[in-house]
Design a protein around this ligand. Structure first.
Ligand code: C5P
Length: 289
């Protein structure tokens, strides 16, 4: 029997997010360049006959440990799909703000699928895990491998891209939760889904920033209508020294800033923290995958 398993559920960043038409299933067609940071939630798993979830960490108190928690839903779904009769003792250390556009719940669900296949020693490839995860949320498939990816469809088509160049990343959340469904329903003008995935790896962060400047986040407008503070965050981040780009991720309200390296992101983060003590601010880097 394998011992306890520990996995990180990295934060997901939509470097751009273009939205197309609403599909017959009620979801919108998307195109997004998705990256992951080194920082994320941390989840441990150990053997148990029933499923037990405990929550801690800076944002643990904002989540319920009941059956509707995505962690438990993912665990039960995997058990059902694979015929496993065991449970697990799961401990989620919630480092990422809740309902905030950086995939926290989806990243956790995907990490549960990864972690439990290791704990239970069952051999399911990433394609099968993405298929299982898709019913838990549109962002779960891309979080299964948590590698730099090109995402299409409603989120279920995921193509792995080369890792991003070295960059510093600043994540900023102003402490408001926005509902993804509500943001999508406020969509106005949008970019559509006519782009092709980048043909080659970005040689450096400058090339990445130039590429991103020709793209946008179509959800920024509707999110700002629901949570005007998103505009304050973007303005404050744009004004930071050496910020190459500031943009909202997913349906918000978390925004990210792109910097040449972690040192520049840390300098900017220190300045911003002094001005906005109420905001959650995290200096990190893209994961090397
Ligand atoms: O799948 P998930 O629970 O993350 O999606 C939440 C809501 O966001 C959906 O119910 C839908 O209203 C909206 N959505 C969408 N198109 C997508 C992804 C999400 O309209 N591609």
């Amino acid at each position: 029997m394998s011992g306890p398993v520990f996995v990180v559920a990295p934060a997901k960043v939509n470097l751009f997010l273009h939205v197309g038409e609403k599909r017959d299933d009620g979801y919108h067609a998307l195109q997004s360049l998705v990256a992951f940071t080194k920082y994320g939630d941390e989840i441990s798993f150990d053997h148990n006959d029933r499923f037990l979830l405990s929550l801690n960490g800076p944002f643990g108190a904002q989540l319920s440990d009941g059956e509707e928690n995505l962690v438990l839903r993912a665990a039960r779904l995997l058990a059902e799909k694979t015929g496993v009769r065991d449970g697990a003792r799961i401990c989620l250390h919630k480092n990422l703000p809740v309902a905030s556009g950086i995939g926290g719940g989806s990243a956790d669900a995907a990490a549960v699928l990864r972690g439990l296949t290791r704990l239970w020693q069952i051999d399911l490839g990433p394609d099968r895990l993405r298929e299982i995860g898709a019913s838990l949320g549109a962002d779960v498939p891309v979080c299964i491998e948590s590698t730099t990816s090109w995402m299409e469809g409603r989120g279920e088509h995921v193509r792995r891209l080369p890792p991003l160049p070295e960059a510093g990343v600043l994540l900023v959340n102003p402490g408001v939760q926005v509902s993804t469904a509500q943001v999508f329903s406020g969509l106005g003008l949008r970019h559509g889904v006519g782009m092709s995935a980048p043909a080659a790896a970005f040689p450096d962060v400058g090339a990445l920033a130039r590429y991103l400047r020709d793209t946008t986040s179509d959800l920024e407008g509707p999110a700002q209508k629901i949570a005007p503070v998103v505009a304050d965050v973007l303005r404050a981040m744009d004004a930071l020294p050496d910020a190459l780009l500031a943009r909202m991720s997913g349906s918000g309200a978390t925004c990210f800033g792109l910097f040449a390296n972690k040192k520049a992101a840390c300098t900017a983060g220190t300045l911003l923290r002094a001005r906005h003590t109420e905001w959650w601010i995290c200096e990190t880097v893209f994961s090397a995958r």
